[in-house]
Design a protein. Structure first.
Length: 134
């Protein structure tokens, strides 16, 4: 892990915590595990104001390219659940992959539980769009 812990923007942490609180008891074992893991990681995350956020961190609206053994290389944008649209490669933050990547940096490797089992993911690239809405 490049920074030694999750890195997140202060306002986004509050948004994510509210979203996770509504999903804590919902879904299957994998989703509950993902929600619990991200919630615990957020408790020890280092937070920054937006202007001071490192640009290589996966956050809301980031465009992320990953490589994994189960899906090869793919690129998508991490968005709020209400903006999710797989056809446009917009992945909900609350999808297992979204929760797995949030707060990690380009170059990090993440091991996460998915419906198909635990998989390792490498974050190949992170881009921050100019028109971020959170």
């Amino acid at each position: 892990m490049k920074y030694g812990k999750l890195i997140a923007e202060k306002h986004e942490v509050e948004i994510v915590k509210r979203l996770l609180a509504t999903k804590m008891e919902m879904g299957d074992v994998v989703r509950r595990s993902s929600v619990g893991t991200l919630a615990r990681e957020l408790e020890t995350a280092e937070t920054f104001e937006d202007a001071n956020m490192p640009v290589d961190i996966v956050r809301l609206n980031s465009i992320v390219t990953i490589r994994s053994t189960f899906n090869g290389e793919q690129t998508f944008q991490i968005v709020l659940p209400s903006h999710s649209d797989i056809a446009q490669k917009k992945l909900s933050l609350l999808a297992p992959m979204g929760m797995a990547l949030f707060g990690y940096a380009m170059g990090d490797k993440v091991s996460w539980m998915f419906p198909s089992g635990t998989h390792d993911i490498s974050i190949v690239n992170v881009e921050q769009p100019n028109d971020v809405e959170a």
